[in-house]
Write a protein that binds this ligand. Structure first.
Ligand code: FES
Length: 105
């Protein structure tokens, strides 16, 4: 389980992407809770973001795939709209220890 960044680097409502040991994933903080998912859209298997570290829709309330606009709940990764409705992103275990965010790949 590697440490990927400082907890204080990720503010409320922000997302951030990482490439580590051949794994592509991202983290999001919503209402103080940290979530991590593989950066892999269940529709075509592509990366989700439209710009570096931009994984959320314009309201910052849902995760969005830039390719065809699928929308996913931040708290579960469940797709609520788009071509992969009913499928889910793959969650990754993560935790904060001291001021570091750790993730299990
Ligand atoms: S590849 Fe993500 S919605 Fe089509």
């Amino acid at each position: 389980m590697p440490a990927i960044c400082k907890d204080s680097d990720l503010q409320e409502g922000q997302s951030r992407g990482f490439e580590l040991d051949g794994h592509s994933f991202f983290i999001v903080r919503q209402q103080g809770t940290l979530y991590a998912y593989r950066n892999h859209c269940p529709h075509l298997g592509v990366n989700l973001e439209w710009m570096p570290d931009q994984f959320l829709d314009s309201d910052g309330r849902l995760i969005q795939c830039a390719m065809h606009g699928a929308l996913f709940l931040i708290e579960s990764g469940y797709c609520v709209s788009g071509p992969c409705t009913g499928q889910s992103l793959t969650p990754l275990p993560c935790e904060v220890r001291d001021d570091d965010i750790w993730i299990e790949l």
